[in-house]
Design a protein around this ligand. Structure first.
Ligand code: ZN
Ligand code: ZN
Length: 227
């Protein structure tokens, strides 16, 4: 299964306004991806209508990219739609209340299944939650989600940059990297993490950047993530 599990819609202020949910799914089909997730910053509000878009080629899991108090980006994925409202409530309780300035940060658009803008997120989604990395990871698990640490070797918003290491007792299901070289680096730095899956995603903010069909996992590997 070719996947891209880190894509921002126009709900993320940094996401291009053309990143509507239909455009993202159509581009994923053009690129012949089998599995995608839309992972907006600190919000699951773009996930609501995903299921109602008719498509038979691309499997979609629900996703979010949370920013912890330490300014570490954490990807959370969910398969059960009925867990999303509670998870969103948890995010709402912990996201710092700063109003978005669209002309400065960008629009935060929420679409329906026809790509009509049905609302705007008023709060700036680029700020941090008031929860620690560990608390954030716990919350995702409590809502039956799985956790992948995002772009772990990036200079900004990454666990290695902001914490210096991956805590050995942190329960995570995967690690996102940008290259094969980064996999070697992370393995050397984390000998205590055995058989942890590595993911390569686009972190696309515009349609053209959505992954080509390069990075893949088997259906069995995908199912093992949810055990
Ligand atoms: Zn990020
Ligand atoms: Zn991202």
């Amino acid at each position: 299964m070719f996947y891209d599990l880190h894509i921002h819609s126009a709900l993320s202020p940094c996401g291009d306004d053309s990143m509507t949910i239909n455009n993202i799914i159509n581009m994923a089909m053009i690129k012949e991806l089998d599995l995608i997730a839309i992972t907006d910053h600190n919000s699951l509000k773009q996930q609501t209508y995903l299921k109602q878009i008719s498509h038979d080629k691309v499997q979609i899991i629900y996703g979010v990219e949370l920013q912890t108090r330490e300014e570490i980006h954490v990807l959370g994925y969910f398969r059960e739609e009925n867990r999303l409202p509670d998870m969103q409530k948890w995010i709402d309780q912990h996201l710092q209340v700063i109003l978005n300035k669209p002309e400065f940060f960008g629009n935060q658009l929420i679409f329906n299944q026809n790509d009509e803008v049905i609302s705007h997120e008023e709060r700036l989604l680029l700020s941090s939650l008031d929860t620690s990395l560990e608390e954030t990871v716990d919350a995702i698990h409590q809502h039956h989600g799985i956790v992948v640490l995002a772009h772990v070797l990036d200079k900004r918003y990454s666990v290695f940059e902001n914490l210096g290491f991956i805590p050995p007792d942190l329960e995570i299901e995967g690690i996102e990297v940008k290259s094969d070289e980064q996999i070697d680096i992370v393995k050397k730095r984390t000998p205590y993490l055995k058989n942890i899956p590595f993911f390569r995603n686009s972190d696309a903010h515009q349609l053209i950047d959505i992954s080509e069909p390069i990075h893949s996992m088997t259906q069995t590997q995908f199912e093992e993530l949810w055990r």
